[in-house]
Write a protein that binds this ligand. Structure first.
Ligand code: GLN
Length: 487
């Protein structure tokens, strides 16, 4: 059996039975990367030697019968916005070129404790700002299902690495859909947990009140296992929730009885691709056959989500990115006249176009005289969006929707039209604004052979419910078993 495209549970079982060593698995991952990453462009950095050394240690532990972590020997890829000790972390920006963090992010320490093998760092839109991975300062990542299309973004590298069979698991971050949308575009399971469920210590900040780390996998069990390893309280992130972590994997196979799924009228309007709508409706039929009740609900303020998000996220970004001044952090221009000129030249050279656009949008929204009209107003509408969800979850257990209005779009199609790009985030942003967990699961294909995702949203800390519901759909369908042919 080839490990390429195998699921987490399959690979763990093979290693347990001694059919594969972790070294063999990691070598297969590197071979796969060598064979197709020049076309896919998922990785910014791989560390073969360190990974194989780590894999050999896990194999040795297994041989000795020493206790093993939950991800023992599995190759994992990490989005390059998450700090890894001794491995470069660039945020796909020239600003952080050459930066090697002296510490591991909380999630990376968790991966190491679980005996996972960190294979490398994946490409993203610069500082996670984008929906297509075209805003990387280094390269464009392509969708393994169709190399002319984007894998989505901003965690496009992490999604493409799993979809192309380079690794079975990867980490992304989701500030406004950056895990769920690429998961949808690449035919994967991708989850954004509740705000605060996973520590953000060592995640380089984009918009701190929205950022959350989460897993990509081929199937629900893989995502559940990775979430279980990563979730939990960490005193180094003051927004991390001091709540116990349930076993997401233990109850996964138990179907939810009397499940009530809400469908928002506002989600099925002009702009939604016909094939995407058909796939979502078909998924709802699957749930109906499994005994779920589908209820119409309303999220009346969801129409403001794009405007609110693109006010609040850039505002926070403009503040977070102020630290890259050529003195504290990041690139410093080689030539300048005086101190102010040094700041200007360093930031001018280090940041790309989209990042500069966000900094300007945010600085404007936060400036005296506009703060009340934009930022404060945005915060108020954000509250109304959350209130809509609270009211909806009084009537249903979960909300089902499309992940994105269309399947993966073509490279170059939206990148020069920022407004159109921002509008493509319409279905994913609200969960971040409201702090809710959401998961994207494979739900079909377009006539052009591109994956289509279904999004399930739940109330705070309902990750277990989301994963069980996702698994119900997965058991009844075979979309998650398909793999693209990248050779
Ligand atoms: N596409 C959104 C943006 O550009 C979301 C990105 C993300 O979740 N990191 O900001």
């Amino acid at each position: 059996m080839s490990p390429i495209g195998a699921t987490t549970s399959e690979l763990l079982a093979h290693m347990e039975r001694g059919e594969f060593s972790s070294v063999a698995l990691c070598e297969a991952a590197f071979d796969r990367i060598a064979a197709c990453d020049d076309r896919v462009g998922a990785f910014l950095h791989v560390d073969r030697e360190a990974a194989l050394q780590q894999a050999a240690q896990v194999d040795d532990k297994r041989r000795r019968g020493a206790p093993l972590g939950r991800l023992a020997g599995l190759p994992v890829a990490v989005k390059d916005v998450i700090c890894t000790r001794g491995q470069p972390t660039t945020c796909a920006s020239k600003m952080l070129e050459g930066f090697t963090p002296p510490y591991d992010a909380h999630v990376v320490s968790k991966l190491r404790e679980a005996d996972a093998v960190i294979i490398g760092k994946t490409n993203l839109d610069e500082f996670a700002m984008g929906s297509s991975t075209e805003n990387s300062a280094y390269k464009t990542t392509r969708n393994p299902w169709n190399l002319a299309c984007t894998p989505g973004g901003s965690s496009g590298g992490s999604a493409a690495a799993v979809a192309a069979g380079m690794v079975p698991l990867s980490l992304g971050s989701d500030t406004g859909g950056s895990i769920r949308q690429p998961a949808g575009f690449c035919g994967l399971v991708g989850m954004k947990p509740t705000y605060g469920r996973i520590s953000r210590y060592g995640l380089i900040a984009y918009a701190s009140s929205l950022d959350q780390i989460g897993p990509f996998a081929h199937d629900v069990a893989g995502a559940a296992l990775l979430l279980e390893v990563l979730a939990g309280h960490d005193p180094r992130d003051s927004t991390s929730l001091p709540m116990p972590v349930p076993s997401y994997t233990a109850a996964l196979e138990e179907p939810l009885k009397g499940l009530k799924i809400g469908v928002a009228v506002e989600h099925f309007v002009a702009g939604l691709d016909r094939e995407v709508e058909a796939a979502v409706r078909q998924a709802l039929d699957v749930y109906r056959c499994l005994g779920a009740e589908i209820r119409e609900i309303s999220l009346p303020h969801s129409k403001y989500a794009v405007a609110v998000y693109y006010t609040i996220a850039p505002s926070e970004a403009s503040s977070n990115l102020a630290r890259y001044d050529g003195v504290h952090y990041g690139h410093r221009a080689a030539q300048f006249e005086n101190m102010i000129d040094m700041y200007c030249a360093s930031r001018g050279e280090g940041f790309g176009k989209e990042v500069k656009r966000r900094i300007m949008l945010g600085a404007y929204a936060l400036s005296a005289g506009y703060y009340d009209a934009y930022y404060l107003k945005g915060l108020k509408v954000r509250r109304l969006i959350r209130n809509d969800f609270d009211a909806a979850f009084a009537q249903c257990d979960l909300i089902a929707s499309p992940v994105a209005p269309t399947p993966a779009f073509k490279i170059g199609e939206l990148v020069n039209d920022p407004l159109a790009m921002y509008l493509s985030d319409i279905y994913t942003l609200s969960a971040n604004l409201a702090g809710l967990p959401g998961v994207s699961i494979p739900a079909g294909f377009s006539s052009g052979g591109l994956p289509i995702g279904l999004q399930l949203l739940g109330p705070p800390l309902a990750e277990d419910r989301l994963l069980r519901a996702a698994r119900m759909h997965e058991r009844a369908t075979d979309w998650h078993t398909r793999r693209p042919e990248v050779v």
